[in-house]
Design a protein around this ligand. Structure first.
Ligand code: IMP
Length: 197
């Protein structure tokens, strides 16, 4: 059970260095009337092949120092022909070989199937629960678009012709991995913590 103090908590902290993620998460949760507050700290990242474990551990660790109900999100881009690479190493791969490096690895490859996964971990003093969302798609042949961040310019969601980076935020946020995970979280949260907000 949440204490009276916590029932008064005006919003949930979103712990991430990445402001773009916070903006998208806030947008997605606003339609559920759930407010997020940005806590611009790095999350602690354990080595694991499971985004769920990474997010869950990071959320628990953040809660131990911040002591307020919070969300941590961990994401990964999984490319089928590369056996799921970069997956949990997506952040490192983005900052090392980058988009051009991925396109180079995919040169001459026709099977461009991949998916984005988001693991959203909510943690308070009683609960540490993870919600997972996926969006399937393919790696584009060229870098396209200027919206968004990260791998957006090379990810084309299934059934679309445009990359995430060619879509306005509201459209990306209606179909993204982040939206799937956060909508699940929101439904659970509103059912279980009605008086929280
Ligand atoms: P992390 O969870 O912040 O470590 O994300 C792993 C990598 O995926 C980082 O390079 C992010 O920029 C990237 N990433 C996370 N979410 C998205 C997204 O919605 N679009 C594109 N790239 C993303």
């Amino acid at each position: 059970m949440l204490s009276k103090e916590e029932l008064k908590q005006p919003s949930i902290l979103f712990v991430s260095k990445n402001k773009n993620k916070f903006i998208e998460a806030s947008y997605i949760l606003s339609s559920f009337n759930i407010k997020l507050e940005w806590a611009p700290y790095s999350k602690l990242e354990i080595q694991s092949s499971s985004l769920t474990d990474i997010a869950s551990f990071a959320a628990k660790n953040a809660f131990e120092s911040i002591k307020k109900p919070l969300i941590v999100e961990d994401d990964g881009l999984f490319i089928k022909v590369l056996k799921g690479f970069p997956g949990p190493f997506s952040s490192y791969v983005y900052s090392t070989i980058g988009l051009n490096g991925i396109l180079k690895l995919m040169e001459g490859v026709d099977d461009r199937e991949c998916f984005f996964e988001s693991a959203v971990a909510f943690c308070d003093q009683n609960i540490n629960k993870v919600f997972v969302g996926r969006v399937y798609g393919e790696i584009s042949r060229v870098i396209k678009g200027s919206y968004g961040f990260g791998f957006d310019p090379i990810f084309i969601p299934k059934g679309e012709n445009l990359t995430f980076a060619e879509m306005p935020l509201n459209y990306k946020c209606s179909i993204s991995h982040r939206a799937v995970a956060l909508r699940d979280f929101a439904k659970w949260f509103l059912k279980n913590f009605k008086y929280y907000l």
